[in-house]
Structure formats: structure tokens, C-alpha cells
Design a protein around this ligand. Structure first.
Ligand code: PHE
Length: 357
């Protein structure tokens, strides 16, 4: 989606349902809640907080991420709609102003009466989410102002998905000795590395924060690679675990892996990328299938399922979904993203018309 200078044109060009916009004058921050599709239920998705070049860039991010959530909920069998919020900063905020912003954001969520429910995302970890939860009932899985951390659940689902992909594509019966490159060591990347290390994978790690990369590499005995060298590094599985868009015109031709499978949202910069990668013989596991574990688990928590072992077991089911999708894609000779998309489109068509658009 091209970024337009004007917010109005950006909204007019979207196929989602609606956007709630608030301008927080005290901090100069734009709050966008993008609701893409509520066929399956009320909209839910994470909140991303980040500095954007313009408010319209933040809005476009919210829209694309909201669309991803529509597919994520459908793919993981949850009766929720796709939505996402972005707090579009023009510059970093100090703690006092951040607190003001998060309080205001909580009140905005409260004013929507549950039409949009949220959880953590990039720039908005569990601690910040807990700050928001003091002002609203609509932080998914929060109890008494304490917000859950979905990171380890997302990581667990990704581990299961990587295992499944290694089975289907590489014929590997376990991750022992499988070379996996994890790019990004944040709230999901870090627990992912721990799970993969425990499963015996041979790990390569990268992060723009060099100290963090060194610390994690030492902890699990991984090899470190410079963030600029990620795409030229030979591995079996490349796991994008930072911001989206890492599969683009520059990188797709460089990759030296057989499988792409990781937690980042919106990994392909353009839809054509899925075909380009497929043509290169690289199997990409659809991001919204493999990374649904965290969103799934905290939603289950909000339904009263609080037993961590039960949640982990349920999230592990993502492995089976990945295997099914990869097998179907291989049989039909299409990119896995297309196979996943077909399933989701079928489900949405069966379940809902009209969409509230
Ligand atoms: N960042 C999570 C994701 O992309 C969003 C999320 C977390 C949504 C928790 C709901 C609850 O899946």
C-alpha cells in the first residue's frame, strides 16, 4: 500500500471497516485504531508504539497489521476480528509524557466499549500494556491492571511451526543440528532462541543491539552475525523476529536458506514477494499462522484458561497447522501463503456476510 501524504486518502484507499483516530495534543502523538474485519467477532490485535516519519506511515502500518490479524484469528480458529492500534510518535517520549499518553490511550479504548481489544506489540511490552490496563477493561487477558506477556507463547508456537517445517521440507525428525538464524532478540526472539537451543538447534543470532546479541549468544552458545550480514548467511531456517518487510526486492535474491519461518508480522514487503521466494525454491511459512500463539494464549486467558501447561499444549497445535498448509502448498505447487489464504478466505466466506463495511 503506497503511503499517501494525507490521512484521508490513506483511509479511503483501504478495504477495512473503519479507523478510529485521536490526536493527543499534550504529546503530539496520533492514536490510530484500525479495524479490518469483524466477520468472526469483535476486533482484537496488538498495539504498536514507534516513531514514524509521518502520521500516515503509522496509519498504514496499523492497517496492514490489522489485516494480518483478520487472517491470524481465522487461521488459529478464534472468533475474533482483525484490528490493530498504532501510537505514532514523531520523537521518543520521556517517562512522564509516556504515562500521560498511555493513560489517554486507555481511555480511548474504554470509549470504544470493547469494539477493539488489545495486547502487546513492538514498542509496547507487557509493562507498558499494564499501564494502559489501569485505565481500561479492554487489555486482553489483563487481571487487576496486570497484563500478561504473550512472548513465550508466541515463541512456543513458532518453535512448533519450525519443527513442522523442518520435517516437511528438510525431512528432519527433530531440530537437533538444524541451522537456524534468528534475526531480532526481543520479547519473542529471546524466548524463541531459548526453546530452539533446548531442542538442539545450531543457532545463529543477530540484533541491531550488539550488546543484546552478545549476551544472548553467550547464554545459549549461538554464533553471532552482524545485522547487515543476515541475508547472506547460509542456514537451513531463517527466522525473521524483528520488524516486518524483511522479505523484499533487495533481500529475496540474496537469501541462503531453505525455509523462512519466524514470528515477525508482515514479513513480505509486497504480495509479489511470496511468488518470488517460491520461484527460488524457498519455503516460507505464513507469518500469521506460525506467530498466532501469543494472541491465541492471551485470548484463552481472558476466557478463563490460566493453566500455563494447557495453554502451551494448545499453542503447540500450530505445528500441525503448519504441516498441513505446507503439504497442501507442495501438492498444489503454490506458495504456502496462497494455501493459507485460501483456507482463511473460505472460512470468512462461510461464516460471514455481510462484512460490516
Ligand atoms: N502482537 C500480537 C500479534 O501480532 C498481538 C496481540 C497480542 C494481540 C496479544 C492480542 C493479544 O499477534
Amino acid at each position: 500500500m503506497p503511503v499517501d501524504e494525507t490521512l484521508a486518502a490513506t483511509i479511503a484507499g483501504w478495504d477495512g471497516e473503519y479507523v478510529v483516530s485521536r490526536y493527543h495534543a499534550d504529546t503530539g502523538v496520533w492514536i490510530f485504531v484500525a479495524v479490518h474485519d469483524t466477520t468472526l467477532g469483535p476486533a482484537a490485535g496488538g498495539t504498536r508504539m514507534k516513531v514514524y516519519p509521518t502520521p500516515a506511515d503509522g496509519l498504514v502500518d496499523a492497517m496492514r497489521l490489522a489485516e494480518g490479524m483478520t487472517y491470524k484469528w481465522a487461521g488459529v480458529g478464534m472468533d475474533m476480528g482483525g484490528g490493530k492500534a498504532v501510537l505514532a510518535l514523531s520523537e521518543p517520549l520521556d517517562d512522564a509524557r509516556l504515562e500521560q499518553l498511555l493513560a489517554r490511550y486507555g481511555r480511548v479504548l474504554e470509549s470504544l466499549y470493547g469494539s477493539f481489544r488489545t495486547g502487546p506489540d513492538v514498542g509496547m511490552g507487557p509493562d507498558r500494556m499494564a499501564q494502559v490496563a489501569r485505565h481500561t477493561r479492554w487489555v486482553v487477558g489483563a487481571v487487576d491492571g496486570d497484563a500478561p506477556d504473550p512472548g513465550m507463547f508466541t515463541a512456543h508456537g513458532v518453535r512448533a511451526g519450525i519443527e513442522a517445517a523442518a520435517g516437511v521440507v528438510l525431512g528432519a525428525s527433530s531440530l537437533a543440528g538444524v541451522r537456524i538464524l534468528v534475526q531480532g532478540l526481543g520479547d519473542v526472539g529471546a524466548p524463541l532462541v531459548d526453546e530452539l537451543a533446548a531442542a538442539g538447534a545450531e543457532l545463529i543470532v543477530a540484533d541491531i543491539d550488539a550488546d543484546l546479541a552478545r549476551k544472548v549468544a553467550e547464554r545459549v552458545g549461538a554464533t553471532e552475525v552482524d545485522p547487515t550480514a543476515v541475508y547472506q548467511t547460509t542456514c537451513d531456517v531463517y527466522a525473521p523476529s524483528a520488524l516486518g518487510g524483511s522479505l523484499n526486492d533487495d533481500t529475496i535474491g540474496q537469501l541462503r536458506c531453505r525455509v523462512v519461518a519466524g514470528p515477525a508480522n508482515n514479513q513480505f514487503a509486497t504480495t509479489g514477494g511470496a511468488f518470488a521466494l517460491h520461484t527460488r525454491g524457498i519455503v516460507a511459512v505464513p507469518d500469521y499462522i506460525i506467530n498466532a500463539g501469543g494472541a491465541y494464549a492471551v485470548t484463552r486467558m481472558s476466557q478463563g484458561v490460566r493453566d500455563g501447561d494447557v495453554l502451551m499444549r494448545e499453542v503447540g497445535g500450530i505445528g500441525l497447522r503448519v504441516a498441513e498448509i505446507l503439504t497442501e502448498a507442495a501438492t498444489d505447487g503454490v506458495p504456502p501463503l496462497q494455501a493459507a489464504q485460501r483456507r482463511v478466505d473460505r472460512l470468512l466466506a462461510d461464516r460471514g456476510s455481510p462484512r460490516y463495511r
